[in-house]
Design a protein around this ligand. Structure first.
Ligand code: BGC
Length: 767
């Protein structure tokens, strides 16, 4: 009887919400306020609590299914009915599960939430589906974000997110902790591959497309094909001084604003639904306790109205890790008062709930702060239409794992793989070439996908990817097994640490090289993410370098194929390599895409989205300062800076050639808000069709803060037939040339700027 009463109450409130959605924001908020007014403090705090799935069940996912996952009725009851927990995340025991199993689990959870609790509020389930629906067996695994960045074609970011939204919702999950908009400005960082590289503009443009793919070109998260996105990790996560995850970063405010904030700012303006906070420490303050960053900057200055969620265990970390709170209770007080709406607890939820309730009762946290958090969470649940659509049915998703989506993943990989070197045009190889395929990355689906693939660290990938082709298998398909020899030479220790590798038939690999026409040497990294991916030496491993050197000594041409989450230094072997590819982490279709490029079916068109360093002690982004690239000065003393990247940002070769000419600017002098049109002709001067990313840079010649050497302002990817010329046109205003000055304000200072496209330069003057 009581249950029916509350159900009708919820339904009435929901219909009021549906009507008010069409009648304006204030009315909607008033209705949410009404739901909140019915809630007890305990129920509100429960909504702010997120736990991991293992807290309410036991067992494993399908691929180790001797003990399949089962929800424990007593544990779920305690969490959802007694503690009113409003959100659950993650997979169970770190396994991908088929959609039907997801459906079963989430149906169970929602039934408890919507039938056994007083307020009958559905749970919001969140997951990390970062390059495809990571934890759903059978979903399409795209290239990782860093790989998509190398396409310089935001359509691929849109496609990936759109397929991922569909397949995540097909798994009954409506909330995705993606995209990563952190600036990949430090190649040592273990999560370099999760972002779009070192350039803020590229990160912004790719990120915006991902959000459209997740949430809809116009906000469609109420449909069963879209998910709420979650920008992460706000703010300045990716550049700790040590290069190691979740260690201190020191970032001046002007730098934070000019480089790190821009992609987030644009994404928030585009309407993203949620933001996850940086787990690290900036300028001595753990970001989860920073009222300045969470409330003043994010919620007030950027006017972010969505949900702010913590990262994993990060409230408790204020006490246990960073020692800025003397106990859990103080940690909770600091974080909630800083502006956190939901705590990814994810285990000890009683501690979080009991302490937060006590803090409110003691007046240490205002109930209005709790109401603000709950309002944001309920609004997201309503927008996602969770009351009507708490679970989905896989039969409504005929495109799940479809050929069409697989093709998109393949196309993305094929447009990303970057040809860094091609001495004497050794590539493409003819299909009659006899090759040795060797190296630890030659026969591994795990390394093609990277971390966050079927499991957190990616170590279970090979159990799920039988049907896909490793590099070796793809090369065999391309030229026939008779033309291919395979000897690993070096192998990863697959149950060891990600950086461990050992010799594996090393001498046989060298002997085999002597019997073939060319060697395809696949080196790089095994899979990792987060702290587990911390690194002590950016050089490629000693075993791998030695394998490369010994192979080169045979005199056979060695084609180096890199498959790695971050650019590991190869300067010790690079001069001896005849050709070099960067495949990044190209996903399940990466092997096929690479083989198609090596043997000439596809013309490569990827460009590096970061600076590839030569040495671990020479880590600079392309937008470094003039003093980092100083030419030798006059006189006896050598004030010279050796700017020595292995390959520059934006570098990438094609099997054809492109010639740039006729760089024109509509006006040589311009003032505030005037639009400049910049055009350039690009000709395919070679013999085969190809794609080219046209990159427009500007350089501020003199400025009150020493200016960057150059900055990417626009890009456009075009296709050209052999002999064809296209005119590419860009528009910019003074705002595109601005920087953040020493008073932390955006300015464009009057003076000269140089515009560079494809090696052509022209000067313009801002008055
Ligand atoms: C990561 C986040 C992720 C979260 C939930 C954390 O450890 O830093 O990026 O979304 O776990 O899995």
């Amino acid at each position: 009887m009581r249950k029916t009463l509350y159900r009708s109450l919820t339904l009435i409130l929901l219909s009021i919400f549906a009507i008010s959605c069409s009648t304006g924001k204030n009315e909607t908020d008033a209705k949410i306020d009404k739901i909140i007014s019915e809630m007890t403090l305990e129920e509100k705090v429960g909504q702010m609590t997120q736990i991991t799935l293992d807290v309410i069940g036991n067992g494993e996912g399908r691929h180790e299914s001797k003990v399949p996952f089962e929800i424990d009725t007593a544990r779920i009851r305690k969490a959802i009915v007694e503690y009113h927990v409003g959100s659950i995340l993650n997979t169970t025991n770190n396994y991908a599960m088929p959609p039907a199993q997801w459906n079963k689990i989430i149906t169970f959870i929602q039934k408890v939430a919507m039938e056994q609790t007083r307020m009958q509020i559905p749970v919001i389930y969140g997951v990390d589906a970062i390059h495809g629906t990571t934890y759903t067996d059978g979903a399409i695994m795209f290239p990782q974000q860093i790989t998509l960045a190398a396409t310089f074609n935001p359509t691929h970011a849109y496609n990936m997110a759109s397929v991922t939204a569909y397949e995540t919702r097909a798994s009954s999950i409506p909330w995705n902790f993606s995209p990563v908009l952190d600036l990949g400005a430090d190649p040592r960082f273990s999560r370099q591959f999760e972002g779009f590289g070192e350039d803020p503009y590229l990160v912004k443009m790719m990120g915006l497309e991902m959000i459209k793919g997740y949430e809809g070109i116009t906000d469609s998260i109420h449909t069963k094909y879209k998910v709420a996105s979650c920008l992460k990790h706000f703010l300045g996560y990716s550049v700790p001084v040590s290069g190691k995850d979740r260690t201190p970063a020191y970032i001046p405010e002007n730098v934070l604003r000019e480089y790190h904030l821009e992609p987030f700012k644009a994404a928030i303006a585009s309407g993203t639904e949620s933001v996850m906070i940086n787990s690290g420490i900036i300028n001595g303050i753990t970001v989860h306790a920073s009222h300045d960053i969470i409330t003043k900057l994010l919620k007030e200055e950027l006017n972010f109205e969505g949900v702010v969620v913590t990262d994993w265990m990060d409230i408790i970390n204020l006490h246990t890790r960073d020692k800025i709170a003397k106990d859990d209770k103080e940690a909770i007080k600091l974080a909630i008062n800083a502006g956190i709406d939901m705590s990814m607890v994810p285990y000890e939820y009683e501690t979080f709930c009991d302490n937060l309730i006590a803090l409110v009762k003691e007046g240490e946290v205002k109930e209005s702060r709790i109401d603000d958090a709950v309002r944001r969470i309920l609004k997201l649940k309503l927008k996602l239409n969770l009351w009507e659509q708490a679970v989905t049915n896989i039969s409504d998703y005929p495109e799940f794992g479809s050929e069409k989506s697989a093709r998109m993943a393949y196309e993305a990989a094929a447009e990303a793989i970057t040809l860094l070197k091609n001495n004497n045009e050794i590539l493409p190889l003819s299909k009659t070439t006899k090759v040795l395929v060797t190296g630890p990355n030659a026969n591994s689906m795990r390394t093609l996908n990277g971390g966050w693939s079927y499991s957190w660290q990616g170590e279970k990938t090979d159990r799920y990817t039988e049907e896909f082709n490793t590099i070796l298998e793809a090369v065999q398909n391309e030229i026939g097994t008779n033309n291919v020899k395979y000897v690993p030479g070096v192998s990863y220790v697959n149950d060891g640490k990600y950086f461990e590798d050992v010799e594996d038939q090393f001498a046989n690999a060298i002997a085999a090289a002597k019997t073939v026409d060319a060697v395809i040497l696949c080196l790089g990294e095994n899979t990792y993410t987060e702290k587990s991916g911390d690194l002590n030496d950016l050089n490629l491993s000693a075993n791998q370098l030695r394998l490369a050197k010994e192979l080169a000594k045979t005199g056979k041409p060695v084609i180096l194929v890199l498959n790695e989450g971050r650019p590991r230094c190869i300067s010790a072997i690079e001069p001896e390599m005849k050709a070099v590819f960067q495949t990044y982490l190209p996903g399940n279709y990466g092997g096929d895409a690479l083989a198609d490029i090596v043997f000439g079916d596809v013309n490569p068109s990827g460009k590096l989205p970061y600076t590839y360093p030569s040495y671990p002690n020479s880590l600079v982004t392309y937008y470094h300062k003039p003093s980092e690239e100083q030419k030798r000065a006059e006189g006896a003393y050598v004030y010279e800076s050796d700017y020595n990247p292995q390959y520059e940002f934006g570098h990438g070769l094609s099997y054809t050639t492109f010639e740039y000419s006729n760089l024109k600017v509509s006006k040589k002098e311009f003032s505030a808000d005037e639009t400049l049109t910049i055009t350039v002709d690009v000709k395919n001067s070679g013999k085969r069709s190809g794609k080219e990313s046209v990159l427009l840079y500007s350089s501020d010649l003199y400025a009150s803060i020493t200016p960057d050497m150059k900055r990417l302002r626009r890009f456009s990817k075009i296709s050209l037939e052999a002999g064809e010329t296209k005119t590419v046109s860009f528009e910019i205003t003074d705002k595109d040339l601005a920087f953040v000055n020493q008073h932390n304000t955006w300015v464009t200072e009057p003076g000269e700027f140089e515009i560079t496209i494809g090696g052509l330069k022209t000067k313009i003057t801002f008055k």
